[in-house]
Design a protein around this ligand. Structure first.
Ligand SMILES: [Fe+2]
Length: 256
């Protein structure tokens, strides 16, 4: 069983530290991916926070459009084995966009991280390199998970359709609102447009609501602070067979 969650701020990290180990047992999770681009005060990630989330039970951390918001992560990504960043960045970017590593049951799992185009404007379109990445993953394992960090459901649905039958799952992150479209496509690829948010839900996608509303209403600069209330672990749960074909895909929502 594969589990992927998009984790926001200190509340999200603490929820994993408190609950991920027992949740992995309850849900029989062999492999856990945490998108961690919003771990540092709601935006960016530091090496220390990455290590904490790995220690809490994530097997791999993926990132997104806020990858470079904290400069400490730049040198760390060069040596990080289980922390990857979107593959479709510039050639100068440290780190990598794919990793293959062992899950709890010793199954090899490949994780690929790409950025969608709408509003995020990656230097390279994910469509330019996704086939190459999938081929690279297929050389090493049949269990392949794609974290498509994107704004538009259309891009996420299109990518899942394009990869149907070639990867185990295409799971969306970034929008922090869990979508109601968990499914297994005809070719055997699990898909969900957004895994939701592991973090504070009494908020505007993780930010204290009054601050987000003030910025939107006034157009003035407002420093965002991560909210604290109604913390939940949300994510996608995917089951697959030995050939990496998905057999089930569902959403998870647990109050912490
Ligand atoms: Fe994002």
């Amino acid at each position: 069983m594969l589990f992927i969650a998009d984790v926001v701020g200190t509340p999200g990290r603490k929820a994993l530290e408190e609950r991920l180990a027992s949740l992995r047992d309850e849900l029989k999770v062999d492999f856990c991916v945490a998108n961690g681009e919003n771990l540092a005060d709601g935006v960016g990630i530091t090496p220390k926070l990455a290590e904490k989330v790995l220690a809490a039970g994530a097997d791999v951390i993926t990132l997104g459009n806020h990858v470079w918001r904290r400069s400490e992560i730049v040198p760390y990504l060069n040596g990080a084995e289980r922390v990857i960043r979107p593959a479709n960045l510039t050639k100068a970017a440290p780190g990598k966009g794919i990793v293959v590593t062992n899950g709890r049951n010793e199954t090899r799992v490949a994780v690929i991280n790409v950025l969608g185009s709408l509003f995020l404007h990656p230097p390279v379109s994910m469509w330019e390199l996704i086939d190459e990445l999938v081929t690279e993953a297929q050389r090493q394992t049949k269990v392949i998970l794609v974290d498509v960090h994107a704004e538009a459901t259309s891009e996420k649905v299109a990518l899942a359709r394009w990869l149907d039958g070639r990867v185990t799952a295409v799971i969306g992150t970034h929008t922090h609102i869990q979508t109601n479209d968990a499914r297994v496509l005809p070719g055997g690829t699990a898909a969900l447009s957004d895994a939701g948010m592991t973090g504070p839900h009494d908020s505007v996608i993780g930010v204290q609501a009054e601050l987000a509303i003030k910025r939107m209403r006034t157009g003035l600069p407002v420093r965002f602070e991560t909210a604290a209330g109604d913390v939940r672990i949300e994510g996608a749960l995917v089951d697959c067979d030995a050939n990496g074909r998905a057999t089930a895909c569902e959403t998870v929502r647990v109050r912490v």
